[in-house]
Design a protein around this ligand. Sequence first.
Ligand code: FES
Length: 128
Amino acid sequence: MALYSEKVMDHFRNPRNVGVIEDADGIGEVGNAKCGDIMKMYLKIEDGIIADVKFETFGCGSAIASSSMATELIKGKPVAEALQLTNKAVAEALDGLPDYKMHCSVLAEEAIRSALEDYYKKHPDAAI
Ligand code: FES
């Protein structure tokens, strides 16, 4: 069996939503101290919906695939749903990651959560 699923390879080779949102409503940056990889998420939120999301990941292939898949999973969804996105859901959507690569998907969950925290800090009146 191949180490990585076709979906992981696809999202690694053709990551969706790479880039920066200049006027983002929330920005989150997280890193993994062990491997040194860094992930940054930008969110545009309109009427409680994730209208746009972009990411920059300086990291391993699984981290890039995880961020790409995570952006696809939350785009167009209500903020409340994005808050509940888990790394497990990201890994499942990628048809699995090797055990020792699961921590890479954790970065995606944390980056989105951190961007949403930033959004609520900047928009204290926003509904959850
Ligand atoms: Fe660092 Fe994958 S090895 S996020």
